[in-house]
Design a protein. Sequence first.
Length: 137
Amino acid sequence: MYCKNCGCTIDDGAYACTNCGTYVGQGMNFCANCGNQVQPGAVICTNCGFSLNGGNTVAPPGAKSKMAAGLLGIFLGGLGVHNFYLGYTGKGVAQLLITLLSCGALSEVSIIWGLIEGIMILCGNINTDANGTPLGD
Ligand SMILES: [Zn+2]
Ligand SMILES: [Zn+2]
């Protein structure tokens, strides 16, 4: 990989650039993947397409599934299942209680609410779980 501050090569596993002393991942002048100089404020490298903002859109191992959460919202949104799945327990309880306490009379409210959230999850408008962890595919 390459130093994002000065563009020189850094050994994999090193935590700072031996040339300029900048910590790995700091700096916005060069692409860490290909060493190409990038425009200030750019979010991806125009040379190789690598994410320049630390790759924080990449879901970690064990991340919740966006697809599963979205489908749960669309099909079981009235019970708040997708919110329980993502850890948004308060919202999930609210949707569940609206359905249960009204004996189903207001179930359409939480069904539509869940449906909208399910679509937002699939479209990426909701892209983290309750802990702020990015959702996987
Ligand atoms: Zn450097
Ligand atoms: Zn690049």
